[in-house]
Design a protein around this ligand. Sequence first.
Ligand code: IPE
Ligand code: IPE
Ligand code: MG
Length: 251
Amino acid sequence: MSSRVKLNISDTPLNPANMPQHVAIIMDGNGRWAHARGQRRREGHFQGYLALKDTVYATDDLKIPYLTVYGFSSENWRRPSEEVHGLMDLMATAIHAELDELMENDIRVRVQGRLHEIPEHTRLAFAEAVERTSANARLTFTLAINYGGRAEIVDSVKQLAIQLQSGALTADAVTEELISKNLYWPDHPDPDLLIRTAGEKRLSNFLLWETAYSEIHITPTLWPDFNAQSLIIAISDYQSRVRKFGAVLEA
Ligand code: IPE
Ligand code: IPE
Ligand code: MG
């Protein structure tokens, strides 16, 4: 069993009645974290893995049912091959090493993205984690790997085009709900809160469809320095927002 100290929502300033149900994170700044210490980028990625581990358990402690993180974008192939392969190896090793503890904590792992394009050993490590945790019922922890928001929409439209071609679907039946239902994980609620670390103010092709009405929290904290306290600050910020979804609020 792990010796982790459990975080209790009643020990935080958070309002338990207004918690986000789905938190999504663009984990950015590993390279800058390493550079600032005169270390290799891979050291930043390794520390980023440790920050992710803390974040997963903090999210679970706060009883948030969904966490989705951006692990590798469809554009990250543009990085030097040594870095890409280092990341693929790290992900395979990390998910394998964490599996027993994820099981103990009843956490369900999912992966979304074009997995057929990633190295086999990484794909198999994810497949094992997804399979072994599939009946777990607490936090659903989704890793976006070789994921692109545009690619996800393209994949969804392709599914619909096949049904249209076969006559199973008519153009009039294409609605927002139908597109949502053909995305990678149709049963996930849209993220209430999107966090980006390391200060960049862009989506970088993450969850383009799903973040239509997400509240966005950008922090200068570099991802390897992100921890439970950073998550609490992000959720406090979320709780200070007025969500209007296009409507006018009554006085
Ligand atoms: C995020 O950190 C990790 C991945 C994109 C996989 P970066 O590697 O992008 O870090 P910076 O942006 O160079 O600091
Ligand atoms: C987004 O970060 C991708 C991940 C966090 C996995 P990047 O570092 O790749 O984004 P850009 O290049 O700064 O937009
Ligand atoms: Mg970056």
